[in-house]
Ligand binder design. Structure first.
Ligand code: TRP
Length: 334
């Protein structure tokens, strides 16, 4: 990885099975970014601890997400793909930055408010300081750009505020990160309720298409996608179901809305849904195959986990040492 490029950083929670919203909304758009940026992609396993996890499950889910990064096309030689928990600097910087973040700022985070409503029996301090850990992830690598979804925008703003606050006291320690807007990433909605984002916690199992679903399952779910009672494939706010399918088809084929409307002019929803289903299934097939290969090759994946964690740790430790020195922690004796 060339060190003279700007740094791009992103992470995904260790939630296990990834769906096509994660793929078309994030992963797929990350694949070529390493030509322009020095890229870091973490599996945010420490963040996952803010809600109760089964230990064996979490371990498995975290590894699955990491393998999925590679299966989806991120080259682990050109991108640093690693587990957040393997680089202890994340936790160490979080402590320091906690001391530069105000209770008021954290209480205003909408994700905290949502999550504490949802997990009322476990409103732990980790849930509260979640954005500080995220800030540490980003700031440790002197990150310039962060591709994040709408739901993480507020956390990125807070990261900038913390970094600016720290820099104003101690000088230019952190690069101030910006949101990365690449080619418009697709915002994929639930197939069962197109007013909501696709999510693995959709009550209706047909609403969510997993990258590892087989061809028949993918086609069946698309066939059942909720649409309206009309028949014309046109992109319109009044037809959120069809809009979502067009967006997915666009992301999968690179075709424009106009081309798609023309392609299905006079053809009806049934034919359109089948075409979207087949296209997505064909796009997922090679990822599924690569994933199966990786699952069978423990030594190869372990090797990537080890070398990339070392690479990340090296970079992160430089920033951490600088911060420790600035705030006045005693120098290490070598
Ligand atoms: N909080 C992010 C999410 O839930 C995941 C994440 C953790 C992240 N650390 C990050 C994203 C750093 C971007 C940069 O989606």
């Amino acid at each position: 990885m060339a060190e003279d490029k700007k740094v791009l950083y992103s992470a995904m929670q260790a939630t296990g099975a990834l769906h096509i919203g994660n793929y078309y909304g994030a992963l797929k758009n990350w694949i070529n970014l390493c030509d322009e940026y020095e890229c870091y992609y973490a599996v945010a396993d420490l963040h996952a601890l803010t809600v109760r996890q089964d230990p064996a499950e979490l371990r498995k889910k975290a590894r699955n997400v990491l393998m999925m990064f590679i299966a989806a096309g991120l080259d682990p030689e050109k991108n640093c793909i690693y587990f957040q928990s393997h680089v202890s600097a994340h936790a160490e910087l979080t402590w320091i930055l906690n001391c530069f973040t105000y209770m008021g700022e954290l209480s205003r985070m909408t994700q905290f408010k949502d999550k504490s409503a949802k997990h009322a029996d476990n409103i732990n301090s980790g849930l509260f300081t979640y954005p500080v850990l995220m800030a540490s992830d980003i700031l440790l690598y002197q990150t310039s750009v962060v591709p994040v979804g709408e739901d993480q925008r507020q956390h990125l703003e807070l990261t900038r505020d913390i970094a600016e606050r720290f820099n104003s006291i101690y000088g230019d320690v952190f690069t101030i990160p910006e949101a990365y807007f690449g080619k418009a990433a697709a915002r994929v909605m639930s197939l069962a309720d197109p007013s909501r984002k696709m999510s693995k916690s959709d009550e209706n199992p047909n609403g969510c298409i997993y990258v590892l679903d087989d061809k028949d399952t993918i086609i069946r779910k698309f066939k059942r996608a909720i649409t309206d009672s009309e028949t014309q494939v046109v992109y319109s706010d009044t037809k959120p179901g069809i809009m979502n399918l067009i967006d997915i088809y666009r992301a999968a084929t690179g075709k424009s809305v106009e081309e798609i409307e023309k392609e299905f002019d006079g053809k009806g929803y049934g034919e359109f849904k089948l075409a979207v289903g087949e296209t997505v299934a064909d796009a997922m097939a090679p990822i599924r195959n690569r994933y199966a290969e990786l699952s069978a090759d423990k030594a190869y994946v372990d090797g990537i986990i080890k070398t990339n964690a070392e690479r990340a740790a090296y970079k992160a430790s430089k920033t951490l040492r600088k911060v420790q020195k600035k705030v006045g922690l005693p120098e290490r004796i070598r």
